[in-house]
Design a protein around this ligand. Structure first.
Ligand SMILES: Nc1nc2c(ncn2[C@@H]2O[C@H](COP(=O)(O)OP(=O)(O)OP(=O)(O)O)[C@@H](O)[C@H]2O)c(=O)[nH]1
Ligand SMILES: [Mg+2]
Length: 417
């Protein structure tokens, strides 16, 4: 893979009223016509995404949205999409016109502040409208991070981009500049990790999936090594190694077999658990396992899958997990499955949410999905934790992460009492 996956890119959202020049600003920065522009308000309807290397910031995705004051027939649907971009944006660019400041601009800043997203104000169209003193002072009061510009000003384009980059670098989340190492705490420098990677129908053609690639890269970054093996070759690799590996990591779907084949003194986990730990939601996912125990036939369960791959016959989210859950519960559940960036506005009414590992979405976006469940009072877990729980091996695969294991144990005690 030559280009960075979207899930590790800095997400920069462009927000503002219709017709202020959000799409023009994006095109101006990119130096190409990416997003359609016109003098008709409401030109951008769906989210326009543009990934690029924005050096020295690094890999970014610009997200152009529909105007927040859109009043067309489809405005509600558009606003829902824009709202989701607020959950996704690591940085908010508020595009405004000179001397026009009101409830829409205030609300964009409020949405950014509510989510702890840093923002930059771009005052566009200064070739057409001259900003009044009062307006300039108002902008300065909001933030020191602002730019006054015009998208028809080709002479100053380089200067403007430089200043935009400086602002972005200054407010960029630490996580983006120095991401937490995935393998750091579980395999020491010089150590050995064994990665069990099933090559099944769901494996992409000629490649392996993103979490596996990222785990290999992280092992190398930590000066450790990784042995990659399919589940049927695992025992052979263990026999060939002169010493026990420091960690064994497998795909959740083969977790039961992996645990059976792993000596009790060897630490083991799943990719799903490792990445939930890295994304910061493992404790919440394990503390929700009691909700699986409490499920009864016909209960409503929401399954959320962040990527929108075409489901195969034996799909994990649509077929396997529902079947394993029904078997455990002793009857069919009422399961809704949502894929991609689409999910219900309201989570209440569900007894449990089960999210995929979220390797295709950012930490921030995953966080807000977990928050949504939390705010609705609905327990949320993930595919890998749920599968390991149903396989009866969750304590074992949580052992490398003591606080998540403790969260799981205390939840189980609560369920028993
Ligand atoms: N003179 C001038 N015209 C601009 C400038 N920026 C945008 N425009 C024009 O303003 C109109 C609206 O621009 P868009 O980029 O489509 O605005 P938008 O905010 O994306 O609008 P929606 O997609 O409808 O929400 C277009 O006709 C642009 O050519 C600018 O800095 N100066
Ligand atoms: Mg537009």
């Amino acid at each position: 893979m030559k280009s960075a996956p979207k899930s590790v890119r800095l997400q920069i959202g462009l927000f503002g009223r219709t017709n202020v020049g959000k799409s023009s600003f994006l095109n101006y920065v990119l130096g190409q016509d990416m997003s359609i522009t016109s003098s008709v308000p409401g030109t951008t309807t769906d989210i326009v995404e543009k990934a690029m290397e924005f050096l020295p910031v690094g890999p970014v995705v610009f997200l152009d949205t529909a105007g927040v004051d859109d009043v067309s027939v489809l405005s509600t649907k558009r606003m829902e999409k824009t709202k989701k971009i607020f959950d996704r944006a690591d940085i908010v660019l508020l595009i405004a016109e000179p001397n026009l400041w009101g409830e829409y601009e205030e609300d964009i800043l409020l949405q950014a502040k509510k989510r702890n997203a840093p923002f930059i104000i771009i005052v566009n169209k200064i070739d057409l409208i001259s900003p009044e003193h009062k307006f300039i002072n108002l902008i300065k009061k909001q933030t020191e991070r602002f730019i006054f510009c015009s998208c028809v000003d080709t002479a100053n384009r380089e200067e403007l981009i430089k200043s935009l980059k400086e602002h972005i670098v200054a407010i960029c989340p630490r996580d983006f500049i120095k991401p937490a190492s995935i393998m750091k705490d579980i395999v020491p420098p010089g150590g050995v990790a064994v990665l069990i990677v099933p090559i099944d129908m769901e494996a992409p053609k000629g490649r392996i999936i993103l979490p596996q690639v990222q785990a290999i890269r992280s092992a190398l970054d930590n000066d450790s090594s990784a042995f990659i093996v399919k589940e049927n070759g695992y025992k052979n690799v263990l026999n060939k190694l002169k010493a026990d590996p420091d960690i064994v990591i497998c795909d959740s779907q083969v977790v039961k077999k992996m645990v059976q084949d792993t000596p009790v003194n060897v630490k083991c986990t799943t990719f799903s658990i490792l990445f939930a730990q890295n994304k910061g939601n493992l404790e919440m996912a394990t503390a929700s396992c009691g909700a699986i125990k409490n499920l009864r036939p016909k209960d409503k369960v929401l399954i959320l899958e962040a990527c929108s791959h075409h489901p195969i016959e034996d799909d994990i989210g649509r077929k396997k997990i529902p079947a394993w859950l029904s078997e455990y519960v002793g009857g069919d559940l009422d399961i809704d499955v949502y894929a991609g960036r689409d999910y219900p506005e309201d989570f209440s009414g569900y007894k449990l949410v089960i999210h995929c590992g979220g390797c295709m979405i950012t930490k921030r976006e995953t966080f807000f999905r977990y928050e949504k469940a939390k705010n609705a009072g609905v327990p949320i877990t993930n595919y890998g934790v749920c599968i390991s729980f149903l396989a009866g091996v969750l304590n074992r695969v949580l052992a490398p992460f003591p606080s998540a294991l403790a969260a799981y144990m205390s939840d189980q005690c609560r369920v028993i009492s």
